[in-house]
Design a protein around this ligand. Structure first.
Ligand SMILES: Cc1ncc(COP(=O)(O)O)c(C=O)c1O
Length: 399
């Protein structure tokens, strides 16, 4: 499948201006580079260690450049395509291949062609594969990062089902990897959109036990991603509360020689993206719109995420009274339903545009061409993010 994307757009005047001028019948994905750069800058400034951006979360070059502008110089990549993309954009970037199961050719190319030095593993088989495929060249700079399994946690997106070595196996793997690593590390992921800072405290303590059990020194503790953002029904503590917990738990390990890393995705980009949809039909409290769970709104489907909304109406005032709506995507699949609820003026109707915010993370990059609906066009806008906890006032566009 080849997704043809337009070249990175210059910054347009505003979302409202775009809709007024184009009256688009296809969805438009609106990235806010300044918002992403600011979020990245805040994370880098406050996190007590090195920040690696998790590219999978939003690999749009516009977003990646904004993240770089915000001061991020290291990237967590999960595929060779992500590695090549980052290397192409940022020749000086530090790239870390953090997927615990990789194709041999991907390891080889990342190592030999793209200067990747750090690789994640969680089995003896993957360790052997990495050692075999990185056996030539700068082996004295090889980094091996063990992914530790965590139990099912409290995060909105559980990530415990697939990767990670159990603690006993993890200690043995660290011992096996030690002689081959210039950097030996431990990483974990508490799950995405994790609202509980204590999840990191527990995971860091577990990592410390594994290192003690292994009896070999390590150089890196990577606390993964999972840092949450606000959605209309979710109000996480400020990032500082997570960092304080991480710092305290890390200090309690008493491993002063160990470098602390984090791999945030969502926290850097969520606020910096929105999608503009057009209503194609209204049925009572349901709005049929031109993008859905097979497009940029996958998280609004089965995962049930809610997103802030605003109406963009060509001419005429919107009703002052609001009501809850469900959204229906454009494909023929009954699963293409987004229950929300999404709050909009009660008279929202066919022809109106609506903008959904907080969609910079895990949105446009999950789009498929199912049913012939192309991925939304990507544009850059200078708008502020939509307010998350109260609805944005409707915008009346020139008729
Ligand atoms: C290994 C790894 N690191 C980091 C992330 C980013 O997580 P988040 O977007 O929740 O911060 C993910 C997300 O799946 C991941 O798999």
């Amino acid at each position: 499948m080849t997704l043809i994307r337009p070249p990175a757009a210059h910054i347009l005047p505003s979302v409202a201006d775009l809709v007024a001028r184009e009256r688009p019948e296809a969805p438009i994905y609106c990235l806010r580079p300044a918002v992403i750069a600011a979020a990245a800058g805040e994370f880098v400034a406050a996190f007590p260690g090195r920040t690696l951006y998790a590219v999978k979360c939003n690999p749009e070059p516009l977003a990646l450049r904004a993240i770089w502008d915000g001061g991020v110089r290291h990237f967590d990549c999960a595929s060779l395509a992500e590695v090549a993309l980052v290397r192409d954009l940022f020749p000086q970037a530090g790239i870390h291949f953090m997927h615990p199961v990789k194709a041999r050719g991907a390891i080889r190319a990342a190592w030999a062609q793209h200067g990747v030095r750090d690789f994640a593993f969680d089995t003896p088989e993957e360790l052997a594969k990495i050692l075999a495929e990185t056996a030539t060249g700068p082996v004295s700079d090889r980094g091996l990062i063990l992914r530790l399994a965590l139990g099912k946690g409290v995060a909105r997106h559980d990530l415990s089902g697939k990767f990670g070595a159990a603690p006993e196996a993890a200690a043995a793997l660290l011992r096996a990897a030690r002689p081959h690593a210039a950097r030996l590390g431990v990483t974990f992921h508490v799950g995405s959109q994790c609202l509980d800072p204590l999840a990191w405290r527990r995971a860091i303590a577990l990592a410390g036990e594994v290192v003690r059990e292994a009896g070999v020194p390590v150089e890196v503790l990577d606390v993964g991603g999972g840092f949450p953002v606000a959605y209309p029904d979710q109000s996480p503590p400020p990032l500082g509360a997570f960092f304080a917990e991480i710092e305290a738990a890390f200090e309690a390990l008493d491993l002063p020689e160990v470098a602390l890393w984090a791999e945030p995705g969502r926290a850097l980009v969520a606020a910096g993206g929105s999608i503009v949809l057009q209503v194609q039909q209204r049925r009572d409290g349901g709005l049929f719109v031109n993008d859905g769970v097979y497009g940029a709104l996958s998280d609004a489907g089965a995962p049930g995420f809610r997103f802030p909304t605003r109406l963009l109406r060509p001419g005429g005032q919107a009703a002052r009274i609001e009501r809850d709506f469900a959204l229906f995507g454009p494909t023929c699949d009954s699963a293409d339903v987004m229950r929300g609820p999404f709050r909009l003026p009660a008279d929202t109707a066919e022809g109106d545009w609506i903008e959904l915010g907080q969609l910079g993370a895990y949105a446009a990059c999950l789009a498929t061409p199912f049913n012939g609906f192309a991925a939304a066009r990507v544009v850059a806008v200078p708008d502020r993010p939509l307010p998350v906890r109260h609805d944005a006032p409707p915008v009346t566009l020139a008729a």
